[in-house]
Design a protein around this ligand. Structure first.
Ligand SMILES: *Cc1c(COP(=O)(O)O)cnc(C)c1O
Length: 415
């Protein structure tokens, strides 16, 4: 996270001290580095430059308009999973002809919206969805471009909640049934088959599961092409993992090197749907210590951010590094870092060796750019945090902290 560094004892995002952001905007607050976003995008793009390709940034990782607009300016398209994400992508200036739409439960209304918007393709996940899309396209008098999402039955060796390419997963069409499914899709008059899609999971930290699944997808593409089904795009999905605690993970070029021979042979344009690798280490969550407390043998640091702001530790048992924003000499201690929410599962860290902190001090929860704000909620009627984007020496609030009025917007007391 080289755009988040200590300078003279203070943690900075680019040229802005995080302390200043906390003082002016309050806490909890998410802070994103624009330079990191661009840098990560460019490195990924560069790694695949020997192949015809483009990157559809996975909007669900972080869907703030400022993040989307920054990536759109770099040439990114969008990987979306709902009508709401399509709305955001278009609003941020992403070009519809670089939008791909996945998800097992697209409604007819969402299909209609996406067709009218002119997206590049739908990643279709079942035969009934195929028929529904054919129907909606027919009503609009248009053809829906489709890829079928195939499930290559590969173990990505990640957390079970984010493994999506095993046979028993709810996603995609089993690869052994794929040829038959493609035949049916090709026979539907309002669909145009253009590609094949896979997405085997997230936070994958080895090249091997990708090599294995892409080689299965490559074989499928050859078979389809020999049957006269014109596949022009291979969408390899997302899933490239990032370091959360300094662990070694493959670089973009490692993936590119491993996959290039298979992808090149197919003659297809390659689509990447990367989320976490672009944005995960481009953001932190700033929180302030409220209280220290002890129960029995346990020590707790109560902070003003909670599971409603960042649910990854509670949901997946994820590790996020947590560092004091001001470096000082302190004693060490072992603590649970917990929020104010009324759940024992509300923690940001457990049994963590930390420098001893006092109430009022600031902490940065690192690697909080992906699946962090986007998974936040209003549980306990907590207002969702502000979001800030830093660019060099300046910063802007790119999402205001919610107000109490925001909390009850749209609600009514029944007469
Ligand atoms: C979530 C998701 C992605 C992005 O995964 P990352 O691990 O963030 O790269 C890509 N494609 C699909 C279909 C997804 O559901």
């Amino acid at each position: 996270m080289h755009d988040f560094e200590f300078k003279g004892g203070d943690l900075y995002c680019e040229e802005v001290p995080l302390r200043r952001i906390a003082k002016e905007v309050g806490t909890p607050v998410y802070v994103y580095s624009r330079r990191t976003l661009r840098d990560h995008y460019r490195r990924l793009d560069e790694a695949f430059s020997s192949l015809p390709h483009f990157i559809c940034y996975s909007v669900k990782a972080n869907s703030n308009l400022a993040v989307l607009a920054t990536l759109a300016a770099e040439g990114a398209g969008a990987d979306i999973v709902s009508g709401g994400e399509l709305y955001r992508a278009l609003k941020a200036g992403m070009s519809p002809d670089k939008v791909v739409y996945a998800g097992i439960g697209k409604t007819r209304e969402e299909m209609d919206y996406a067709l009218r918007s002119g997206i590049l393709m739908f990643n279709v996940e079942s035969e009934l969805e195929m028929e529904a899309l054919d129907g909606v396209a027919g009503e609009l008098g248009t053809k829906a471009p489709v890829a079928l999402r195939v499930n290559p039955d590969v173990d990505p060796e990640t957390h079970p909640y984010i493994a999506t390419g095993l046979r028993e997963a709810k996603f995609g069409i089993g690869i052994e049934e794929a040829v038959e499914a493609y035949r049916r899709a090709a026979a539907l008059g309002n669909l145009e088959v253009v590609g094949v899609h896979q997405h085997i999971g997230s936070q994958i930290t080895h090249v091997e599961p990708f090599r294995e699944s892409i080689s299965r997808v490559g074989e499928l593409v050859e078979k389809l092409q020999s049957l006269g089904i014109g596949i022009r795009y291979i969408n390899i999905g997302g899933g490239f993992g990032i370091p959360y605690r300094g662990e070694e993970v493959p670089y973009p070029r490692d993936y590119a090197l491993a996959l290039e021979p298979i992808l090149r042979r197919s003659g297809c344009t390659v689509i990447l749907e990367t989320g976490r690798m672009i944005v995960g280490n481009a953001g932190v969550l700033l929180t302030r210590v409220l209280y220290r407390k002890r129960t029995g043998e346990k020590r707790f640091l109560v902070v003003d951010a909670a599971m409603n702001d960042l649910i990854r530790p509670s949901l997946y048992g994820s590790f996020h590094e947590i560092v004091p924003v001001e470096k000082r000499d302190r004693q060490g201690e072992k603590v649970d870092v917990v929020g104010p929410v009324c759940e024992s599962g509300d923690f940001l860290a457990r049994d963590r060796e930390m420098p001893a902190l006092e109430p009022g001090e600031l902490l940065a929860v690192m690697s909080a750019g992906a699946y962090s704000f986007t998974m936040s909620s209003n549980y306990n009627s907590r207002r969702r945090a502000a979001e800030v984007m830093v660019d060099g020496g300046r910063f802007e609030v790119v999402r205001e902290r919610e107000s109490y009025d925001d909390l009850v917007r749209g609600e009514r007391i029944m007469a």
